[in-house]
Design a protein. Structure first.
Length: 352
């Protein structure tokens, strides 16, 4: 059985390597030692694994290229994108179909140690992720590769919470990326307080004394833990260092109104727009999409509300609802990346 499994894995890796060679795109990785992320309460590995895809003409020219930075979803990794998402094939097909020009594609390392990741916070609990991208990752790529090292030639994208992070980075650290394409972002608005208070298992979060005690936690509850750590941090509340929307008082779960208010103010993108109007209006290009068959109807409604919120502030953007789920149409042949994201960046990123 072990031999069969090893044979299957070897064949899979070999087929991916062959497809990559056929596409002409070359993937490589390097380790970035982060100093900025050192201040955290999650025991983050400071050796961040960065993956880079280089276009077919890279090794045979002195040309400089625009760069697309991509933020993977929590619970995922750049390594998994390399192994699963057929990136080289997608880019090769898009280049052959004239859907894109050549560019450098970068996937940073947004994993955490005790949890599947973070929700793009910038604090002493989860680490200063916005600063890490701006001050460490982007300069490291520009130094290591032949990039067009200017905002007009630098875009950012991501899927699900990575899409949220792409938009949030543009809002909070302007002048780094000139164009943003978010694939099915979540956290664009926040659902009603009653729903958020009732669905997560606040009991287990309040009673747990270690991450091991959360091993059986459902995905929805886990997401709210990451959300709280990223956007309602509290350095005086170990082991998770966050305020929750509900606390246990005299054996009963009660609403923490301060936490609800802080989360509502700090996390959903629609409540951050008014603080970043000029930053969003300065973008050369801004687009996000979502699948109408996401099983969580709240994600669909949130993106519909978010585009209306942006329109209220006259912020130029493109928003598109398509007939897929949250991930079904992303990296497939002729899917969202190939036929929407890459032509978008071809239009808005300056090339040589």
């Amino acid at each position: 059985m072990k031999f069969v499994l090893l044979f299957v894995l070897t064949a899979l890796i070999s087929s991916q390597s062959f497809a990559q060679a056929q596409s002409g795109w070359r993937a490589e990785s390097f380790t970035l030692n982060s100093k900025i992320l050192k201040q955290n309460k999650l025991d983050l590995n400071l050796q961040r694994e960065v993956w880079v895809w280089l276009p077919p003409g890279y090794d045979s020219s002195n040309k400089r290229y625009p760069v697309i930075h991509y933020i993977h979803n929590y619970g995922w990794s750049a390594q998994q994108m390399h192994e699963v998402d057929s990136i080289g094939e997608t880019f090769g097909r898009a280049l052959e179909r004239n859907q894109t020009n050549e560019f450098i594609f970068v996937v940073g390392d947004y994993r955490a140690t005790h949890t599947p990741g973070t929700f793009c916070g910038n604090n002493k609990v989860v680490g200063h992720w916005w600063d890490h991208v701006k001050e460490e990752l982007v300069p490291a790529i520009d130094k290591r590769y032949r990039t067009l090292a200017k905002p007009a030639s630098r875009g950012v994208s991501g899927d699900f919470i990575g899409g949220y992070c792409a938009i949030r980075l543009a809002m909070e650290r302007p002048g780094v990326f000139s164009s943003v394409y978010a694939i099915h972002p979540v956290g664009t608005t926040i659902s009603g307080d009653r729903l958020l208070r009732s669905i997560p298992n606040w009991q287990i979060m309040n009673e747990a004394k270690s991450y091991d005690a959360l091993s059986e936690m459902d995905g929805y509850t886990r997401a709210f833990l990451l959300m709280a750590q990223s956007h309602v941090p509290n350095l005086s509340k170990p082991p998770f260092y966050a305020d929750f929307m509900m606390d246990i008082v005299n054996g009963e779960l009660v609403v923490n109104p301060n936490s609800v208010t802080r989360l509502s103010d700090n996390f959903p993108l629609d409540n951050r727009v008014r603080h970043s109007i000029d930053e969003l209006k300065s973008l050369r290009g801004f687009m996000f999409d979502w699948g109408r068959y996401d099983p969580n109807i709240g994600h669909i409604n949130s993106n519909q509300r978010f585009t209306r919120e942006l329109a209220e502030y006259d912020i130029p953007h493109f928003a598109e609802e398509h007939g897929g789920t949250e991930w079904s149409d992303t990296w497939i042949p002729f899917g969202r990346v190939e036929d929407r994201m890459l032509p978008f960046f071809r239009r808005f990123l300056e090339a040589e």
